[in-house]
Design a protein around this ligand. Structure first.
Ligand SMILES: Cc1cc2nc3c(=O)[nH]c(=O)nc-3n(C[C@H](O)[C@H](O)[C@H](O)COP(=O)(O)O)c2cc1C
Length: 410
C-alpha cells in the first residue's frame, strides 16, 4: 500500500451511525439510466456489483424518486413494493462483495419533464419553470405546508422501503437543483413565510425531511444528505450559507454530509468541474430541448479547465462549521487527491466518474496498479442517463471511431 502510516488512510474503516464502512471510498450517486421501464435491471445490479467488487466501501444507487411525481423523467424508478424485490437482488450482490449499499432518495420538484395531473409541478415558489418550459410545462406551484408534510412522509416511507430492500444507508438529495435544493437556494426560494427568507428558514423543510427519515430508519440505517456548498451562480447558495445549513443538518441528526455543488439549470458544468459535452448534446437534442442546449452553450464559461478536488475551498469552510462526518465529492481522480481529502479533515472520499471509467479503481489504487484515473472528465458518460442501455465510459468503447474527433470539437 502506498499511503503513509503517519496519516489516516483512505483505506481505513469509517463508522457512520449504525454502519461501519470497510474504507473511506464511497461511490457517489450517479444516475445510472438502467431502469428503462422504471424497474431496476440486471445491468444496474452488475454496475453496482462491479463497483463493490472493485473495492469501494459503499456504493450509492442514484435517484430513487420518493413518489411518481418525484421523478424528473419517465424512465426512472420510484420507491414501491414492486421495486423493493428488484433492489433486494442488488443489495445482496453488493453485500456479497463486502461493500455496503446506499440508496439516494430524492424528489425533483419543478425539475421534471413529467406534467403532473394538476398541470404544475411543485416547488418552493410559484412562477416560471425554466426546466419545465423545455418540456412544455411553463409554470410551477409553491408547496403549502400540508404539501411539505406529505412529501416529508414520502421521503420517510421511501427510507423504510430502502431498509426492506436491504440498504445500509440512505442519502437525501438536497443538491443540484432538485426539490430540497429549490428550497435551500435563494435563486428558487422566494417565500415570505417561515420556510423562506433567511438560510435558517430555507433549511426548515429539508431539516423536516431529515428528521422524518431519521425517525423512520435512523436506528438501522446511516442517514446522509447531499448538499450544495455552492450553486455556482450569482445569488445562489454559497459556502457561508451551506455552513449554516450543514450545522442545522448536524443538529437534526445527519450521519454524514456529502459536499457537492453546481446546479442542473444554472451551472451544470460546475457539478463536474469541466465542460458539458456540447457537441453530443446538440446532436441528441430534440424540439425545445435545442433551446436548452443553446442556452447552455451561451452560459458555460469558455475557459473551464478541470482540476482535482474542485470543491475543496468551499468544503474547508463547511468543515470549520461542523464536527460531523463529511465526504467530499468532485474531481477525486488519484490516490494523492483521496489522501488529501482525508488529510484536510474530511472523513469520506466520494467519487463517480473515476468509477464509471474503472469500477476497480479503488482496488487498483490500493494495490498500486494505478496512481490516477484514466477518466478525462469529458462528461460524455452523463449523456448515458437518457440512453436505454445506461451510463458507460465512452473511453472504454473500442467501436467509437468518431470519438477523438468529437473530443477535439469541444
Ligand atoms: C453520469 C452521472 C450521473 C449523475 N447523476 C447524479 C445523481 O443522480 N445524483 C447525484 O447526486 N449526483 C449525480 N451525479 C454527480 C456525481 O455524484 C458527482 O457529484 C459528480 O460526478 C462529481 O464527482 P466526480 O468528479 O467524482 O465524478 C452524476 C454524475 C454523473 C457523471
Amino acid at each position: 500500500m502506498l499511503v503513509s502510516t503517519t496519516h489516516t488512510s483512505p483505506f481505513s474503516p469509517l463508522r457512520l451511525g449504525p454502519v461501519t464502512l470497510r474504507n473511506r471510498f464511497i461511490k457517489a450517486g450517479a444516475n445510472e439510466g438502467m431502469t428503462p421501464d422504471g424497474m431496476p435491471t440486471k445491468a444496474l445490479v452488475k454496475h453496482h456489483r462491479d463497483v463493490a467488487a472493485g473495492g469501494v466501501a459503499m456504493t450509492t444507487v442514484a435517484y430513487g424518486a420518493v413518489s411518481p411525481q418525484g421523478r424528473t423523467f419517465l424512465h426512472q424508478f420510484y420507491l414501491s413494493r414492486e421495486v423493493v424485490r428488484h433492489l433486494r437482488v442488488l443489495t445482496d450482490a453488493v453485500h456479497a462483495e463486502g461493500a455496503a449499499a446506499c440508496l439516494q432518495i430524492t424528489h425533483g420538484g419543478s425539475f421534471t419533464a413529467l406534467r403532473p395531473s394538476s398541470g404544475r409541478p411543485q416547488s418552493a415558489s410559484s412562477g416560471f419553470n425554466a426546466f419545465g418550459f423545455l418540456h412544455g410545462i411553463l409554470l410551477q406551484q409553491a408547496m403549502s405546508e400540508t404539501d411539505m408534510y406529505r412529501v416529508a412522509g414520502e421521503f420517510a416511507q421511501a427510507a423504510v422501503l430502502a431498509r426492506e430492500a436491504g440498504f445500509d444507508a440512505v442519502e437525501i438529495h438536497m443538491g443540484h437543483g432538485y426539490l430540497l435544493n429549490q428550497f435551500l437556494s435563494p435563486l428558487t426560494n422566494r417565500r415570505v413565510d417561515s420556510y423562506g427568507g433567511s438560510t435558517e428558514g430555507r433549511s426548515r423543510f429539508p431539516a423536516m425531511v431529515l428528521r422524518r427519515v431519521k425517525e423512520a430508519v435512523g436506528a438501522h440505517l446511516a442517514v446522509g444528505c447531499k448538499l450544495n456548498q455552492t450553486d455556482a451562480a450569482r445569488g445562489g447558495i454559497d459556502a457561508k450559507q451551506a455552513s449554516v445549513t450543514a450545522k442545522i443538518l448536524q443538529d437534526n441528526g445527519a450521519d454524514i454530509l456529502t459536499l457537492s455543488g453546481g446546479h442542473n439549470i444554472f451551472s451544470p458544468w460546475a457539478l463536474f468541474g469541466s465542460p458539458m459535452p456540447l457537441a453530443d448534446m446538440r446532436a441528441q437534442a430534440r424540439g425545445l430541448g435545442r433551446i436548452g442546449v443553446w442556452a447552455l452553450t451561451m452560459q458555460q464559461p469558455k475557459a473551464l479547465a478541470f482540476r482535482e478536488l474542485y470543491f475543496l475551498e468551499h468544503a474547508r469552510q463547511v468543515r470549520r462549521a461542523v464536527s460531523m462526518p463529511l465526504a467530499l465529492v468532485g474531481g477525486v481522480k488519484s490516490l494523492a487527491a483521496a489522501q488529501r481529502v482525508i488529510d484536510e479533515g474530511f472523513e469520506g472520499v466520494a467519487l463517480a466518474r473515476a468509477l464509471i471509467h474503472n469500477p476497480a479503481f479503488v482496488n487498483d489504487l490500493q494495490d498500486a496498479r494505478v496512481i490516477s484515473s484514466g477518466c478525462t472528465s469529458c462528461n460524455r458518460c452523463v449523456m448515458g442517463i437518457y440512453d436505454p442501455s445506461g451510463v458507460r465510459c465512452v473511453l472504454n468503447d473500442d467501436n467509437d471511431p468518431g470519438l477523438s474527433k468529437r473530443l477535439a470539437a469541444d
